[in-house]
Design a protein around this ligand. Sequence first.
Ligand SMILES: [Mg+2]
Length: 218
Amino acid sequence: MHALDWPEIDTVLLDMDGTLLDLHFDNHFWMEHVPQRYAERHGISRAMAELELLPLFREHAGTLNWYCTDFWTRELDLPIREIKREVAHLIALRPDADTFLAALRAAGKRVALITNAHRDSLTLKLERIELAPWFDRLISSHDYGFPKEDPQFWQALQADFGFDPARSLFIDDSLPILRSARRFGIGHLLAVRRPDSRKPAKDTEEFAAVEDYRDLLP
Ligand SMILES: [Mg+2]
C-alpha cells in the first residue's frame, strides 16, 4: 500500500459496509439468514429458497432497490427490518477503522459517510457501532434517489456537501462504485483488500487497496 499524499487531500468520503464495517454481516444476512427465513415463511426447502432468491438478487444488484429494505419486505413478504435485528450481533468494525477515523478528525479533514444503505440499515448499524461522532455528514444515497453507481449521485452529493473532487479521497469496496467516482473526477481512490473478514482477499483490479488502516494514517 503506497502512502497517500495527505497535503493534497482535504475531504474524505467513506463507504460503510465492507469499508468501515465488516461485510460479513451483510453477506451472512443475505446469503444465509434471508434464505432460511424465506424458506420457513413460504414452507419450502432451503435449496428451493435459494433457487428463487438468487435470480432476484442478481436482477436488482447495483440499483437502489437492492439496498431498500421496503422493497425487499414487499418482494419477499418478509419483515427485513426485524429479521436484520436477529443477526445484529454480527455487525462489527473492520480492524483499525476507528483509529483511522480518529486520525482524520485530528488532522482536520472534512469527512462524510456515503452509503447506498437504506436509512433503516444505517440506523441499525449506528446503534451497534458508534460511527456518527467521526463524521461531518452521514449521507444515504436514498436521500438523493440515485445509488453511488449513478453519475447523478455524485452531482447531488456535490450540490449538497460541496467539495473539490480533485482534493478528495474516496474509499469503497465496490469496484463499479469506484469507477463511477473516478468518472466524476474524484482524485484519490482506494478499494478494500478484504471487505469480508471470513472471505479471502479480493482482486481490486486497477485500484490500489487498503490492506491495513494503520498504513494510511495522515
Ligand atoms: Mg460497501
